[in-house]
Design a protein around this ligand. Structure first.
Ligand SMILES: [Zn+2]
Length: 79
């Protein structure tokens, strides 16, 4: 299973915000150029309430690449 140009896998579709356990509806794709190769995408998940907050967190650091609906993430099960 090669995954080199794709984003990291996500298991539970739960919001990544601290203390939040809501179902995520958005996948935030990001990359830290100092740690990751340019084509690598890390994934944060966000519920509607936290999407903006997490995007801003990544955005001010220059890490944010794109945001996509969780349905477009490659979930390990169910296609
Ligand atoms: Zn949340």
């Amino acid at each position: 299973m090669t995954d080199d140009l794709s984003h990291d896998r996500v298991d539970d579709l739960v919001c990544s915000a601290r203390g939040c356990r809501r179902d995520a509806t958005w996948g935030l794709l990001w990359n830290n150029p100092r740690l990751h190769s340019p084509e690598r995408r890390k994934v944060w998940l966000a519920c509607p309430d936290h999407r903006e907050q997490l995007e801003q967190f990544l955005g001010v650091r220059g890490f944010h690449r794109s945001t996509i609906p969780v349905g477009e993430l490659d979930a390990p099960s169910g296609r």
